[in-house]
Write a protein that binds this ligand. Structure first.
Ligand code: MTE
Ligand code: MO
Length: 313
């Protein structure tokens, strides 16, 4: 990898995709050999990626290297620079971890991470990721459908939106001592967006449990929306009948709307959204055209049928 990343070489530095495929085969064989009873006894972070099966939702794309994905990050609680999260996120304590699920649900309460993972099926999904700042990556996530967790919580009739909150610990998150955003970091989805099979809660990348900078121990991934929707280190999920506030919309309502769908036809007020630069291609890499809904149009366009996508940006 280029010199700006860490200099110590490891498996992820050599042909990321080939290494990944190898590891996947080894993992599949190993998991089968272990069997269900052996797996049931495993708990803790190791379980965050163990046994993930390849998903039919994966995109057939060349993935970014582990080094790129873990060193070029946005996580303002650890600083606004792209390399701040990698430098600072180790300060965050991620064990034990639980998510408070409340609002319009039949089974409100604190759901421990191990308990959450014991009741879902993990998949490995290669997804496009597009930031509003016009860079992109392809990331092999390990995660499960958010719908599985919401079904368990029992969404009540009348609920229309899902609100998410990131943990707020100023003593572990130096970036929150400045008021660059209104903390805790908040995001929201319409209920049908949250229930869509492409919407996942991720717990790993490349068979590794998430690192702090990528949102350990559990974060949202909504592949047809801009990166800022994919809220990290989630501690609270609230079902509600009113559209929730989101940190970026509060910070810059003209620049960041509630929907935040990847849309090459609607420019950000300060730059074009029609093309992107895939991280890792080097300084002279050609920009590539940005696809409607980040390439997931056939799966999600009907969620927005009849909506004015310029007004609902
Ligand atoms: N809590 C929290 N979640 C966050 C952010 C943040 O600053 N804080 N940044 C968002 C933005 S702008 C992007 S592009 C993605 C980046 O995810 P990655 O660093 O794992 O690639 O996280 C999103 N989730
Ligand atoms: Mo972003």
């Amino acid at each position: 990898m280029a010199g700006r990343w860490k200099s110590d070489l490891n498996w992820s530095d050599v042909t990321p995709k080939a290494a990944f495929m190898n590891r996947r085969q080894i993992l599949a064989g190993g998991a089968a050999a272990l069997g269900a009873t052996a797996l049931a006894g495993v708990s803790g972070p190791a379980q965050a990626t163990l046994g993930a099966a390849p998903s039919k939702w994966s995109m057939p794309l060349e993935t970014n290297s582990y080094e790129e994905i873990t060193n070029y990050c946005n996580y303002y609680e650890f600083g606004t620079g792209k390399d701040d999260p990698a430098a600072n996120a180790h300060m965050l304590t991620t064990e034990p971890w639980s998510i408070q699920i409340d609002g319009m649900v039949d089974n409100p309460g604190d759901y421990g991470l191990e308990d959450i993972l014991a009741n879902v099926s993990l998949e490995e999904r290669i997804y496009r990721f597009r930031c509003v700042e016009a860079w992109s990556m392809v990331i092999p996530w390990v995660g499960f459908e958010l719908k599985d967790l919401l079904d368990r919580a029992g969404v009540q009739a009348g609920a229309k939106y899902v609100a998410f909150e990131t943990v707020l610990r100023p003593e572990e998150m130096p970036g929150t001592r400045s008021r660059v955003l209104d903390w805790p970091y908040r995001e929201g989805l319409r209920l049908d967006e949250a229930m869509h099979p492409l919407t996942i809660m991720a717990t790993g990348i490349y068979d590794e449990p998430l690192l702090g900078q990528n949102g350990a121990p559990i974060r949202l991934v909504v592949p047809w929306k801009y990166g800022f929707k994919s809220i990290k280190s989630i501690v609270r999920i609230t079902l509600t009948d009113t559209q929730p506030e989101t940190s970026w919309n509060m910070a810059g309502p003209r620049e960041y709307g509630f929907y935040s769908n990847v849309n090459p036809q609607v420019d950000h007020p300060r730059w074009s959204q029609s093309s992107e630069r895939k991280i890792g291609g080097g300084l002279f890499a050609k920009r590539i055209p940005t696809l409607m809904f980040n390439g997931y149009e056939e799966h999600v366009a009907d969620l927005y049928a009849g909506m004015d996508l310029k007004a609902n940006y």
